[in-house]
Design a binder for this molecule. Structure first.
Ligand code: SF4
Length: 334
């Protein structure tokens, strides 16, 4: 092992808010609740949220993750993930005689509704997002003939529309706020009459986590973002940290993926986590750092969040029916 330069003061800056957003919380609870209510197995189409640990934990409890609805045996329950699905997926489930629980985040549903509305008004919709991401596939499926994907500012030159005066942009919920604005500006350069959606599609959780990492990243020699590689909002946090001036930044699924060499000469380590990451994984990272002399932890808070979404309606309906049956049973017994 080479000699390590050890800085005299070592500390951790912990970003807040970080971790679970309201949409992820709801989706994970929906699977847990479904397992409790209907018993295992419960099928889930795609990763319920993009986090390895969450998926493994739910698998242990009896959830079965499938790539396609057709893999679910008829008569079973299938849960749709927080990222949303195209209407054709709902049709497949119907054909396969499956009961469905839709755990699509309400903020993704909002974008779906905007897509449907603008398609009805016959706009060309430019959806800013990452090609192949599940959310983008779901949203595009709402109006495949009207939606064109724009994957970043460099993709703007490839866009073709029918009428340059009847174009609107929408976006994936988990993009970088700054990069999206760059893309919008480039689009406006080509289509000066480009219409903007009534409110930003990038969700509050993505925006808040980016603001927090910007604040903290500017002071950090190293930023560790806890999150899985396929988690769009987590990957963005690494980019935003570097953009804010962090000297180095890495995405890890947990403490076991941290490379000791990253600490070389590092005084301040910034820590944050993506919207699909349970806090226990961040705690693991903090413990790992503490064992290496980074015990002093300071929280850098840039916003407080109080958003909460109620469970998917199918679950609420069955919970209510169950509660009613229980009360009826009680009164019958009286
Ligand atoms: S990151 Fe945003 S859009 Fe995605 S689940 Fe969380 S709140 Fe919903």
């Amino acid at each position: 092992m080479g000699t390590m330069t050890t800085p005299t003061s070592r500390r951790v800056l912990l970003a807040a808010p970080r971790g679970y957003c309201a949409g992820v919380d709801r989706a994970v609870i929906a699977v847990e609740q479904a397992l409790q209510q209907y018993g295992a197995p419960v099928y889930v189409r795609h990763e319920i949220v993009h986090n390895k640990y969450v998926v493994k934990t739910l698998e242990k409890k009896g959830a079965i993750f499938v790539d396609e609805t057709e893999e679910v045996p008829p008569g079973n329950i299938v849960i749709f993930s927080a990222h949303g699905v195209a209407p054709t997926v709902h049709d497949e489930a119907k054909r396969g005689k499956l009961a469905t629980i839709d755990a699509t985040c309400p903020l993704v549903t909002k974008v779906h509704k905007e897509a449907v509305r603008y398609a009805k008004e016959d706009y060309d919709i430019l959806l800013i997002g990452h090609e192949g991401h599940e959310e983008v596939i779901g949203t595009s499926g709402e109006a495949p003939d009207h939606i064109t994907l724009v994957d970043g500012p460099e993709d703007v030159q490839n866009v073709e529309v029918r009428d340059p005066d009847k174009v609107v942009w929408l976006s994936q919920t988990t993009l970088s706020v700054d990069e999206t604005m760059e893309t919008v500006d480039a689009l406006k350069g080509r289509y000066p009459n480009l219409l903007s959606p009534p409110s930003d599609d990038i969700c509050y959780a993505t925006q808040n986590r980016q603001t927090a990492v910007k604040q903290m990243g500017a002071q950090a020699d190293l930023v560790i973002v806890v999150g899985s590689k396929n988690s769009s909002n987590s990957v963005r946090l690494v980019e935003v940290a570097l953009g804010a001036g962090a000297k180095d930044a890495h995405l890890v699924d947990g403490a076991e993926e941290i490379d000791e060499a990253w600490l070389e000469g590092v005084g301040t380590v910034g820590v944050t986590s993506g919207a699909s990451v349970p806090e226990v994984l961040v705690e693991g990272v903090l413990e790992w750092l503490a064992q290496r002399g980074y015990e002093d932890v300071e929280t850098v808070t840039s916003a407080t969040e109080s958003i909460h979404f109620s469970l998917p309606k199918e679950l609420r309906r069955d919970l209510r029916a169950e509660a009613k049956a229980a009360t009826d049973g009680e009164s019958a017994a009286e």
